[in-house]
Design a protein around this ligand. Structure first.
Ligand SMILES: Cc1ncc(COP(=O)(O)O)c(C=O)c1O
Length: 376
């Protein structure tokens, strides 16, 4: 178990922030990196052309390390929706084929597929979760010869229940479907073996479990798509862009690997160096240890909430970092506001309270949540 890291964050003792799935707080190190990086632009004569590349590669190598893939497979994106738009531009959907998603999936991983299905004559197939179980069996059942694309997360953003991505990846390969993942609610907090899953694309926004600022994320692109179509055409992604004097010798070839998919103006030091410091925090401990620690925290809260009548799925059925507490009856009106008034910060999704701690949480936070729930 990793000891509590609260002193590395600006969390006052009376604040009980259990909502990393909404957004993580920035650590002192991330804030310091962003401030120092913002100051670089106060002295642009010291920001050399080479820095456009070093700043980008600094982030890319850390993102790759966290995901356990080669740096060449990572593109820099501003949002999950951007990465998913890249994916939708590069995976085929034939007339009549289905896009498989989870029911009530996060909209950034739905709208893009609705658009593609409308344009291609395809159909959407949102899988329902039939029981208190995880999503895996229902997703596997929904994948068949008529499936063009499977676009799912590792755990559902509302109920935290998991999808067995290794099994889904194998089924996709067996039927010839593309696999696109939104790992925004799991990467960094839950181990994933991307080599075993073998998705076509996998995106993660950086401002939740990756501990970074808003506006920076990472996109894994499988090597088979490294010759694909970017969704924008900026100068820096083309080969030879290091030579600022020669930029108008227009070129058709790109920087290597997934770099052709990088967003425009990617080399933004405050964002990329801040995001890199967020990744450094995670890499210091490793995802396995983080997941184990968060599993311990969420299991302890679940056990105490059970005494108040809340139900919760066990780790395995749900993700280690993601606790969804089911209310025994009606959800009391204004509940999250009442909890927030006691400085207990969680989210309500449907009839479930989403409790998502991280390494900055402590025993007092769990205690405050349980006391506030009992009172409510
Ligand atoms: C599963 C999931 N994906 C993506 C996002 C964010 O999407 P975007 O980066 O497109 O704003 C969220 C935010 O809550 C989310 O829960």
């Amino acid at each position: 178990m990793i000891p509590c890291q609260r002193d590395r964050f600006a969390l006052p003792p009376e604040v009980h922030y259990l909502n990393c799935a909404y957004m993580s707080p920035l650590s002192h190190a991330v804030v310091a990196a962003m401030e120092a990086a913002a100051r670089l632009k106060a002295t642009p004569w010291r920001y050399r052309p080479a820095d456009f590349f070093t700043v980008s590669e600094h982030f890319r190598t850390r993102a790759a390390q966290l995901a356990g893939v080669a740096a060449d497979c990572i593109a820099i994106v501003p949002a999950a929706s951007y990465g998913l738009a890249v994916a939708a531009a590069n995976v085929p959907l034939a007339r009549g084929q289905a896009v498989v998603t989870l029911a009530d999936q996060f909209p950034s991983n739905v709208y893009v597929w609705q658009e593609l299905a409308a344009r291609s004559g395809g159909v959407m197939r949102a899988v329902e979760r039939p029981s208190q179980d995880c999503w895996s069996a229902a997703v596997l059942d929904a994948i068949g010869p008529d499936t063009g694309i499977v676009a799912v997360p590792h755990c559902h953003w509302a109920d935290g229940r998991v999808v067995d991505l290794v099994a889904v990846g194998a089924k996709c390969r067996a039927v010839g479907a593309a696999l696109v993942l939104d790992l925004t609610q799991s990467l960094g907090a839950m181990p994933i073996d991307l080599a075993a899953v073998d998705p076509d694309f996998a995106v993660a926004a950086g401002y939740k479990w990756l501990m970074g600022p808003y506006g920076t994320g990472m996109l894994y692109v499988a090597p088979r798509h490294h010759g694909g179509q970017p969704i924008e055409h900026n100068w820096i992604n083309r080969a030879g862009s290091e030579d600022f004097a020669g930029l108008t010798r227009y070129r058709e070839d790109f920087q290597p690997g997934a770099r052709r998919f990088d967003m425009g103006e990617k080399a933004n030091p405050p964002l990329l160096l801040g995001a890199s410091a967020g990744l450094d925090f995670l890499l210091e401990f490793g995802v396995e240890a983080i997941a184990e620690t968060l599993a311990g925290q969420t299991a302890a809260i679940a056990a105490r909430a059970a005494a108040l009548g809340f139900d919760a799925a066990p780790v395995g059925t749900r993700a280690p970092h993601f606790l969804s507490l089911g209310f025994p009856g009606e959800v009391p009106k204004g509940l999250t506001e009442r909890l927030a008034a006691r400085e207990v910060h969680v989210s309500l999704r449907g009839r479930s309270l989403r409790v998502t701690p991280h390494l900055y949480n402590n025993e007092a936070d769990a205690e405050a949540l349980i006391t506030a729930l009992a009172g409510a």
